[in-house]
Design a protein around this ligand. Structure first.
Ligand code: AMP
Length: 992
């Protein structure tokens, strides 16, 4: 019999009785607060827990099954809101052997491994039952059964626990309507299946199961330390912690290690490890990373968007770039003084400030004598490649004053240096004293009175004497007779040259000497002696003789005085020795003290002696070979560092002589070194030394990073400005000027024999007389025997082996063409025979594409058939310098209608650059045997062929051409010239 008469539901709480002492308003406020707190707690609770079953919220039939049918029964009750309450009761205390089961429906776990079961129930106190029923129980059992589908198999139920009431109720309680509602919670796990059933077994108690709630706890989605942790279901074991790796929020990165948290079975996040931080350029705001505002930046490690002290950012820096700072000072700065030039070199700063745009500035200051401070170097000092914004770690400072102290400030700067205060900039100072330097060349030589056998000359002091001029040297020879010349000396800037042939053209050159040695010779001046002995010239000559005699007497007296007093002046020794005062040269070279002249190693009987004299032996232990850079005729060419004790490490090229050489090969190999060792010029490859005392025999030269010029140009086709190309050509011309001044004829000048260093400085290499040609793949045997690089060689050298500096000038013109056409092969694929023939017929290479006209004119001048009409290397250097100073002179390009590649152009007889027109008027007059009037033309203002072309017979008379025959000859030639100028200056002919 069921005890349904017990006035169920007995779980309902009685209304709250009692009066409040607080006022209604305060009460209201308190209630409100209470409600808020309650809402929060509930929210939190529901955030952390997920109900899998709540019997109180099931709206319809919960589908629970009671067995036997007369055991557990559902009471259809409703709550205050008329929502159904599914309450199950059983109270068969009066009967023996009760076994009543109540099965829930299938409860899905939703992936939870451990669930909680909360039971709310009431239980009747057995003692309160009338008659004290012996079979009455005060507990019931709870079971579960796990399954992947809803099929129920009761036999598999596993007991969870026996549930007893904390508080049971009596009949009395019922009367008082005081309910004793028990709440028991059990946890269940590990669960491994999709779902489970719960069952409640009653063995004879009086129970009302008011609610059954099954839930699991979870760790909710969480953002902590800029890491997101997903909603996580705890582990199956009671005290287990599930480790969860967080995911850094957008624009943040893990700091050191990925962030982690641990999810407990209670649904709590515990033990945080690691964290995320905003990426550079972003700052943290409300748990997210926001991009820094423009102009602000967050360095790594900082928390807000702003640069740290002394760190800066410029507009163009990308947002993700760190704040940077100015670089520290350049390191290891060294100077290398060469006469009045200083080569400064340094290493990159220790601290680049975090930027890649480090550049260098140089401040040059002259130290004033007597401690008067410093003065900035003026505009005349040249910086190569420039003074400010240098990207390389070296600079050449040229045209300084000799014997002067300078102080150079080297500063490293980068993109933020301008933002830093002045004190943040760091300098390194280099103090330098320039050496003595030879005087610059004498630039103007004038002709004074001319006699039948004498010409009086005067000249200006060199622009840069670089010291006290001790004397001048005047070199002269009869035109076309340059194998024999005479040198005389003068302390003054004028001199009468005597003993000349009447009516003959002479070439004059002047150079100055200081204690530092001789400067370069002036350009060549052509003057002619008079054909007749006129009354005036006789008078002049007589007076010159008188002056000379007087001078000689005075000189004799002075010398006698010196001798008597026992005093001798070192530098005037030459004056006392008439043989030294006037020296004659014949093909060979005589060495003057202070005058450097090339000495042919062939003149040494023992070639080893030449090697010993001109080269320095280097111990092989100072050289390390790092890699092979090329192949020479005698063996591999390698590079590596040379570490001479007490000297800075230097990268060098190492030419080796392969094993198994003959004595002749060894001699030939070292020949080049004994030639190179005699040269010392920035545009000639520098010999560091030789290794002859160990094997393999080596030649050590400076290392040229960019290798040979022809390959370098081909590799960088079209990459350079015209000024850069002119700079390269200027370097080569300067090196060649030096060689020709030394009396050395190269014979194989070609772009393949020029080496280029990292600063684009070109240096002449490949020395060694006939060997050079044997070695050169371009050289071919001529009909007269001997190998000649036809395309580069002047016609007279090909035809009768007349190799001179003038033939080197021809080759130089070809090199210019190679440079301007970025390594194109001269005369393309024409055969050598065709080249010889075409050149012989006056055809020449056309101007390369985009070649300035002035440069092409210079090339054409170098290819004058008549070798004496070709410019000299010093004139070439001078002209190229003019172009560099005045780049607008290179604006006009070779007329494209005349420039057809693969076609040769006919060499025009009247070609020449405007800046060398003085010379050209002379050449033209010479060519019509009227050279004697050159001076008169110049004095009359007819310095260029353009002005000459306008001359009339009247003009000729005015300048002093009085002889009718001469007038006629000159006028005819002028008329021809006009015709020539009006027609196209060049005609084009297909080379075949
Ligand atoms: P050579 O025997 O002088 O013609 O040298 C053969 C090759 O070695 C040249 O074409 C260059 O590529 C390379 N070479 C020779 N000397 C140097 C140097 N001083 N610096 C760099 N490369 C060099």
């Amino acid at each position: 019999q069921s005890l349904s008469c017990f006035n169920f539901p007995f779980y309902r709480l009685p209304p709250i009785n009692g009066t409040s002492t607080t006022g209604p308003k305060a009460l209201c406020r308190l209630a409100f607060l209470f409600i808020i707190v309650l809402i929060c707690v509930i929210y939190l609770f529901f955030l952390l827990t997920v109900n899998l079953l709540d019997s109180r919220s099931v709206m319809g039939d919960p589908g629970w099954v009671a067995y036997p049918k007369n055991g557990w029964e559902e009471i259809g009750e409703v709550d205050e809101d008329y929502a159904p309450i599914h309450t199950y009761q059983v109270c068969r205390v009066m009967e023996q052997n009760q076994n009543n089961w109540l099965h829930t429906n299938w409860i899905l776990t939703e992936g939870a491994h451990r669930v909680f079961i909360e039971l709310k129930f009431t239980l009747r106190d057995c003692n309160s039952l009338p008659g004290g029923v012996g079979t009455c129980k005060e507990t019931f059992n709870m079971y579960y059964y796990e399954t992947n589908d809803w099929a129920l198999k009761e036999s598999r139920y596993i007991k969870i626990d026996t549930i007893a009431a904390d508080e049971s109720f009596t009949e009395l309680d019922l009367g008082d309507r005081v309910m004793k509602l028990n709440t028991e919670v059990r946890d269940l796990g590990p669960l491994t299946r999709k779902g489970f059933y719960l069952a409640f077994q009653d063995l004879g108690a009086c129970i009302a199961l008011v609610s059954v709630r099954v839930f699991y706890k979870r760790c909710p989605f969480l953002v902590k330390s800029l890491a997101e942790f997903p909603d996580t279901i705890p582990g199956s074991e009671a005290s287990q912690l599930v480790e969860v790796v967080g995911h850094c929020v957008n624009n943040s990165l893990p700091l050191y290690e990925p962030p982690r948290m641990h999810c407990s079975t209670e649904g709590e996040w515990l033990v945080p490890i690691g964290k995320c931080v905003c990426q550079p350029g972003f700052e943290e705001l409300n748990g997210l990373c926001h991009v820094c505002k423009p102009g602000f930046y967050r360095s790594p490690g900082a928390t807000a968007c702003s640069c740290e002290e002394r760190h800066y950012k410029i507009e163009s820096d990308p947002p993700s770039m760190a704040c940077t700072r100015p670089p520290s000072a350049p390191r290891n700065a060294i100077s290398n003084v060469n006469e009045t030039s200083v080569f400064l070199e340094w290493s990159v700063p220790m601290e680049t400030g975090g930027r890649k745009d480090v550049r260098y500035n140089i401040l040059c200051r002259r130290v004033l004598p007597e401690g008067r401070g410093l003065e900035e170097c003026g505009p005349n000092v040249r910086f190569l490649p420039r003074r400010l914004g240098l990207s390389n770690t070296s600079v050449m400072v040229a045209d300084l004053q000799s014997h002067t102290n300078y102080s150079f400030l080297l500063e490293a700067v980068n993109g933020v240096s301008d933002l830093a205060k002045e004190h943040a900039r760091q300098y390194v100072t280099l103090n330098v004293t320039t050496n003595q330097a030879a005087p610059s060349p004498v630039s103007v030589v004038r002709k004074g009175h001319t006699g039948k056998s004498s010409i009086s000359l005067s000249w200006a002091e060199p622009d840069r004497p670089n010291g006290i001029i001790l004397e001048y040297e005047i070199k002269y020879f009869e035109k076309e007779q340059d194998s024999s010349y005479t040198i005389i000396k003068s302390k003054e800037t004028e001199m009468v040259v005597e003993g000349l042939k009447p009516s003959s053209v002479y070439i004059f050159q002047v150079r100055a000497r200081t204690s530092a040695g001789y400067g370069a010779f002036s350009r060549r001046y052509e003057f002619q002696t008079s054909p007749y002995l006129t009354a005036t010239s006789e008078r002049a000559q007589a007076s010159i003789v008188a002056v000379a005699v007087t001078l000689a007497l005075v000189l004799l007296a002075v010398v006698a005085g010196f001798l008597l007093s026992g005093r001798r002046c070192g530098y005037s020794k030459a004056k006392q020795d008439p043989e030294e005062e006037k020296m004659h040269f014949h093909n060979g070279h005589i060495k003057f003290p202070g005058v450097r002249t090339y000495i042919d190693p062939l003149t040494y009987e023992d070639p080893n002696q030449a090697v010993h004299e001109f080269t320095q032996e280097i111990d092989v232990s100072f050289i390390s070979i790092e890699r092979i850079i090329g192949a020479g005729e005698f063996g591999e060419v390698c590079c590596g560092p040379l570490r001479l004790p007490g000297k800075r490490e230097l990268q060098v090229a190492i030419k080796t002589l392969k094993a198994g050489y003959t004595e002749q090969q060894r001699r030939d190999f070292l020949w080049e070194a004994s030639i190179m060792g005699q040269f010392n010029h920035p545009n000639i490859i520098r010999l560091e030394g030789v290794v002859t005392k160990s094997k393999p025999v080596m030649i050590i030269t400076e290392y040229m990073e960019n290798g040979s010029l022809d390959t370098f140009l081909k590799k960088n086709d079209g990459q350079f400005t015209v000024i850069q190309l002119v700079g390269m050509m200027r370097g080569i011309a300067s090196g060649m000027r030096y060689l020709s001044d030394m009396g050395y004829v190269h014979r194989d000048l070609a772009a393949r024999n020029i080496l280029v260093n990292g600063n684009l400085v070109c240096k002449v290499s490949d020395f060694g007389l006939s060997r050079v040609l044997e070695d050169d793949a371009e050289a071919t045997y001529t009909t007269r025997g001997g190998k000649i690089p036809i395309r580069w060689t002047a016609p007279e050298a090909i035809a009768f082996r007349k190799f001179t500096s003038a033939s080197d000038v021809w080759s130089y013109g070809i090199v210019m063409w190679e440079v301007m056409s970025y390594g194109e092969r001269p005369y393309w694929e024409m055969s050598n025979q065709d080249v010889i023939k075409a050149v012989e017929e006056s055809y020449r290479l056309p101007g390369p594409m985009d070649c300035p006209e002035a440069l092409y004119h210079l090339m054409m001048d170098c290819w004058q058939r008549e070798r004496t009409n070709r410019p000299k290397f010093d004139e070439i250097v001078c002209l190229l310098d003019k172009f560099i100073r005045n780049p607008s002179s290179l604006k006009k390009l070779v007329n494209s209608s005349h420039r057809v590649s693969n076609l040769l152009v006919e060499h025009a007889s009247v070609e020449g650059d405007c800046s060398s027109r003085n010379q050209t008027v002379g050449d033209w007059l010479d060519s019509i045997k009227m050279g004697r009037y050159t001076e008169l033309f110049m004095e009359g203002g007819y310095a260029s062929l353009e002005t000459v072309a306008q001359m009339t017979s009247e003009d000729l008379r005015r300048v002093g051409v009085n002889l009718a025959g001469h007038q006629k000859k000159i006028i005819t030639s002028i008329q021809e010239m006009r015709v020539h100028m009006n027609s196209a200056s060049s005609t084009v002919k297909l080379c075949q």
